[in-house]
Each structure stands twice: as structure tokens, then as C-alpha cells.
Design a protein around this ligand. Structure first.
Ligand code: NAP
Ligand code: 8YV
Length: 325
């Protein structure tokens, strides 16, 4: 039996490429100078795509070139890089990489929160610049006695909350609905949560439904002792409003892992000494990226072995159908 033909849209980790090379006939789109011509040649034979949140969007024009596509396996739990409405319209299943990164992202979030409050990167710079020789590092704000609001108490949000419990702080949350069996106080409005808290940790999906959820009103409600931690997507925070709030003292500080136009970060943020900026690294350990990559490959293998997808996204649920033989 001939192997299914799979398109990889951009370079991915060896664990993905090696597994796919063994199981399928793998096409590497980026290796072809004239991509349009290459797609015209192979497009009708492509039955699966491996793609990543790191490289461009998978939208209608590309779907159009792949008329026999059955499945898109995307690297990352967030899948705002894939037009899932278009995929559903075309009966294409989309998969993501949930759960395998919960702990890693939650660990990093706690690290970012502490780094932001206790000014760990600034203290490191202070020592290296020889300034400790002249005077001790100034005292910092604290996590003590803080009320933490989690915006998006999903898989990762819950892993963050579990860790926060060990830090002896109060925890509340906001989402579109109250969750059964969750004891943390629920706030039906985001402004209400921000008013009740002095730290907001944002860990929702990206995309149109959450665009600029964190706006000037929310930041005002968070207040002058307030800390914003964003590990979700840059699009969830109105970056101009955040810069203004940080500049004017409307909030105290921010720790950010994600930005509206990655990898470009506004110069205004870069020049602010009191914020902590990370280059979208929350899941970025060798261990966890390998687990995510393995799941990208495993979804394709499972589908083409007739076992169905392992982790289909809710917008393209598995209805029991199998890959075409
Ligand atoms: P999840 O389990 O689906 O949780 C998402 C949570 O967001 C849910 O609790 C949901 O609650 C809430 N939510 C969705 N839309 C909302 C809205 N409009 N307003 C308020 N809350 C909303 O997803 P997850 O696995 O925890 O991942 C969450 C996101 O984290 C990913 O989609 C990705 O964007 C981001 N992420 C970032 C990194 C990084 O490297 N920085 C790494 C991994 C993930 P309701 O349904 O009740 O609203
Ligand atoms: C990755 C992420 O950095 O899973 C997500 O949604 O944002 C991160 O884990 C990203 O997917 C890399 O492509």
C-alpha cells in the first residue's frame, strides 16, 4: 500500500520530521523556492498537514490548494494559527497538543510572576554591572498577601492555581461561565475580577473571541498595585493600553511571555526597566517540546492507521469517521 502524502509547512523538531519521514511520504514546503508551483504539483495528493503556531497561518488559500486534505496536525495547544471554521467547512479535522505542556507552562508562569514581583532579572543585571559593589539592590514588591485572579481557568489555568496554593495566596477566576466543582470564587465579569485582585494571570486561548480582553478598563480596575502576567496570546491584551497603563502608573508592573506582533516587541516595553519580558518560552524545554512534537506526529499516525485523531479540537470533533484507505 502506498504511503499517505503529508505536507510540512515549515521546519519542525526532529521528533516530528523523523517520525513522519518513517510513516509517510513527507513533503517539505519551505525547501521549494517556487512554492506555488510545488503546491500545484503535489497539492491534490496531500492528505495531511503538519504545521505550527510558530510559522504563519493555515487559512483558506492554502486549504484551497489541498482539495483532498483530511487532517491538520498543529504544534501547540493554542490553534489560533489555523482557520478552524474553514477546516470544519471542508470536513478537515484539526488537532492540537493539549495537556503535555500544562506543567511546563504553569512552572514558567510562576517563575515569571516571581521574577516580575521580586525583580529577579533586574537584580541579575545589577550584580553583573558591578552596582552591588556600590549599594545594595533596592527592596522589591512582594507576592505576600496578594489576591490572584486567573483569567481562563482551563487545563493550564488549573495547573497554575495548584502551584499558587503552595504560595499561600488567595485565588479567584473569570471565564465565560462558572465551573462545576471549582471552589475558587468566580467573577462573571473581568472588571469585577480585576477589582477584587492585584495580580491577573491571563491564560485563555487567542483568536477573535478573546481579542483585547485585557483593555484600559480592566487595567484601571487592577489598580496601581496591580501586576499583569500574560502567558496566553499577545492578542488577548491591548498592548497600547498596557504600555500607557505601565507608563502612567495605572498598574505597577507586568510580566509578559507573548506579544501582539511576535517576534517584534514594542520598543516602549523594551525600554521599561520595571517589566519582565520573555520571548514566548512557556513550553520551551527540550522535554516538553519533544512531547508536543510527538503528539503532532502521533495524531497523523493514528489517523492514517484508521484509529481516528488523538486530540481533535472542539471545532472539528471526531465523528467516528476514519481515514480513506
Ligand atoms: P483550555 O483548557 O481550553 O482553557 C482555556 C480557558 O480559557 C477555559 O477555562 C475557558 O473558560 C477560558 N476562556 C475561553 N474563552 C474565554 C473568554 N472569551 N473569556 C474568558 N475566558 C475564556 O486551554 P489551555 O490548554 O489551558 O490553554 C490555554 C491557552 O494558553 C492556549 O490556547 C494558548 O493560547 C495559551 N498557551 C500559551 C503558551 C505559551 O507558550 N505562552 C503555552 C501554552 C498555551 P470558559 O470556556 O469558561 O470561558
Ligand atoms: C508554543 C504555545 O510556544 O502551545 C501553545 O499554544 O503557545 C506554545 O506552547 C508554541 O505553540 C510554539 O509553536
Amino acid at each position: 500500500m502506498s504511503k499517505a502524502e503529508i505536507l510540512m509547512t515549515a521546519p519542525m523538531m526532529p521528533v516530528v520530521a523523523d517520525t513522519l519521514d518513517r510513516a509517510f511520504h513527507l513533503h517539505r514546503l519551505w525547501e521549494h523556492e517556487d512554492r506555488e508551483a510545488y503546491l500545484s504539483e503535489i497539492g491534490p495528493r496531500i492528505r495531511g498537514v503538519a504545521t505550527s503556531t510558530l510559522y504563519g497561518r493555515m487559512e483558506a488559500p492554502l486549504f484551497e490548494r489541498l482539495p483532498n486534505l483530511e487532517i491538520v496536525s498543529s504544534f501547540g495547544v493554542g490553534y489560533d494559527n489555523v482557520d478552524v471554521v474553514e477546516a470544519a467547512k471542508r470536513n478537515v479535522i484539526v488537532t492540537n497538543t493539549p495537556d503535555v505542556l500544562n506543567d511546563e507552562v504553569a512552572d514558567l508562569t510562576l517563575g515569571l510572576l516571581l521574577a516580575t514581583l521580586r525583580k529577579i532579572p533586574q537584580a541579575d543585571r545589577y550584580l553583573r554591572e558591578g552596582r552591588w559593589l556600590k549599594a545594595p539592590f533596592p527592596l522589591s514588591p512582594t507576592l505576600r498577601e496578594r489576591n490572584i485572579g486567573i483569567v481562563g481557568l482551563g487545563r493550564i489555568g488549573k495547573a497554575i492555581a495548584k502551584r499558587l496554593e503552595g504560595f499561600d495566596v488567595s485565588i479567584a477566576y473569570h471565564g465565560r461561565s462558572r465551573q462545576e466543582g471549582v471552589a475558587y470564587p468566580y467573577h462573571p465579569t473581568l472588571v469585577g475580577l480585576a477589582e477584587a485582585c492585584d495580580v491577573l494571570i491571563v491564560i485563555t486561548p487567542g483568536g477573535a473571541g478573546t481579542r483585547h480582553l485585557i483593555n484600559a478598563d480592566v487595567l484601571k480596575a487592577l489598580g496601581p498595585n496591580g501586576v499583569l502576567i500574560n502567558v496566553a496570546r499577545g492578542s488577548v491584551v491591548d498592548e497600547r493600553a498596557l504600555i500607557e497603563a505601565l507608563r502612567s502608573g495605572t498598574i505597577l508592573t507586568a510580566g509578559l511571555d507573548v506579544y501582539e506582533d511576535e517576534p517584534r516587541v514594542p520598543q516602549d516595553l523594551i525600554e521599561m526597566e520595571h517589566v519582565v519580558l520573555l520571548p514566548h518560552i512557556a513550553s520551551g524545554s527540550v522535554h516538553t517540546r519533544n512531547a508536543m512534537g510527538q503528539l503532532v506526529a502521533d495524531n497523523l499516525v493514528a489517523w492514517f492507521e484508521g484509529r481516528g485523531p488523538l486530540t481533535a479540537v472542539p471545532e472539528t470533533p471526531w465523528d467516528g469517521r476514519r481515514s480513506k484507505p
